[in-house]
Design a binder for this molecule. Structure first.
Ligand code: SR1
Ligand code: MG
Length: 400
């Protein structure tokens, strides 16, 4: 166990700041996290348990790479808000200690991390519906259109997350296209393809610059900032979205796009690696259902939730949805491209690194991403994109 936060402190905080443990009962503390950044401890008593998440001022496994511990305070604030807004689709938090940079939160032992469930090829039919609803509840309800404007501005200033945003600005919007740090990696066979399609395409760079500018300046919603399968707990009944340490006030399409982009990566990988049909179909359905659930929730609730004059009209509702959709496609694409060529990989692509279809998978994902970026306004008007995904799969298979 790390000596950075001692067992005694973890026990003491867990006893003092939850009402879950008797003074007399012994507590077991185990380090359970395997992430690259923080330390996660499981604290177990006779009947109850909690998770303690400790954010060190150095990235875990690095004695030199510093990272502001403010990320932990932000995570606590946002988890509290998201728990309320989404009716419990985030872990319940008990306490935040500025002194020890740690959060005490609910232990979700009867849930699996979605990414790990997907390694086992588990199917979760409710995923799309649940995540679409979570996205509406946490994103639309934290805009100036719905949230009290004073509270929104206060949250916006509390959630300034400089260090974590810098990581995303660099790893999502710059490095995949410029490779300044020389850390990009992908199949050798795709060297020329990536150079031509990503490094040398100046029109693409212009669109990426627009998306990056929006990411940095569009303070629209309280976004999670890193919403992939490793940030979702799931079981047969529901989901809990966790680990929002990259959160800040940004464009809501970034979160929706991250969910959609990661599911498309999994879907394309499943098609080319010939995963079982029911698993592949579930991924396809989940992409559609995420969007349908978000849009249905939006259409049902927007005029009830938005009280502000000028915004609560049918015409604005429609035009705003089109702009959210367009951003969603842009950010789905930046996520897909960066996970394919960038330094921070995603599980599906890592696991299949030596698969003989890998070069094809990379090309398909990059091509889908480029079409999304270039045609996002048009696709947003039609509210459709799955035909692009299917077309690019067929093209690579040589059937077109
Ligand atoms: C140093 S962090 C690298 C990546 O992992 C996180 O999950 C974020 O996606 C980040 O870009
Ligand atoms: Mg994380």
């Amino acid at each position: 166990m790390s000596s950075k936060l001692s067992r005694e402190i973890i026990e003491k905080l867990s006893r003092e700041h939850t009402n879950l443990f008797d003074q007399s009962e012994g507590l077991e503390v185990t380090e359970v996290g395997d992430g690259n950044v923080n330390y996660i401890y499981l604290v177990e008593g006779k009947e109850n348990s909690v998770i303690v998440k400790f954010a060190d001022s150095f990235i875990r496994n690095s004695d030199t790479r510093q990272l502001s511990t403010k990320r932990n305070e932000i995570e606590y604030d946002i988890l509290k808000e998201q728990y309320e807004l989404s009716n419990g689709q985030a872990p319940k938090v008990y306490y935040y200690s500025p002194e020890y940079n740690c959060i005490i939160m609910e232990n979700l032992s009867d849930y699996a991390v979605l990414r790990e469930g997907m390694v086992q090829k588990n199917i979760y039919p409710h995923l799309g519906t649940d995540i679409g609803k979570f996205l509406y509840d946490t994103l639309v309800k934290t805009t100036d259109l719905v949230m009290d404007v004073e509270k929104k501005k206060e949250m916006q200033s509390k959630l300034v997350n400089v260090d974590m945003c810098e990581i995303s600005e660099r790893l999502v919007f710059t490095e995949p296209y410029l490779n300044n740090q020389g850390l990009n990696n992908f199949q050798e066979e795709n060297k020329e393809f990536v150079a031509r399609e990503l490094y040398q395409d100046k029109l693409l760079h212009l669109e990426i610059a627009k998306l990056k500018n929006q990411f940095m300046n569009k303070s629209e919603s309280m976004i999670h900032g890193d919403l992939h399968g490793g940030s979702i707990f799931i079981n047969e009944q529901d989901i809990k979205v966790f680990d929002p340490e990259f959160a800040f006030y940004g464009p809501m399409g970034y979160d929706i796009g991250n969910v959609v982009g990661n599911l498309i990566i999994s879907y394309v990988t499943a098609v080319f690696t010939q995963d079982k049909e029911n698993y592949t179909n579930w991924l396809n359905n989940s992409i559609e259902e995420t969007m349908t659930s978000f849009i249905n929730t939006y259409n049902t609730n927007f005029l009830k939730d938005v009280k502000t004059p000028m915004f609560n009209t049918e015409e604005f509702k429609e035009s705003y949805l089109t702009s959210i959709y367009s951003d969603t496609l842009g950010y789905a694409a930046t996520e897909m491209i960066r996970r394919t060529v960038g330094v921070a990989k995603v599980w599906d692509l890592e696991r299949n690194k030596t698969h003989d279809q890998m070069a094809k998978i990379e090309r398909v994902i990059i091509r889908i991403g480029k079409v999304f970026i270039n045609k996002r306004a048009e696709l947003a008007k039609d509210r459709s994109f799955m035909s692009i995904v299917e077309q690019e799969i067929i093209r690579e298979k040589g059937d077109l």
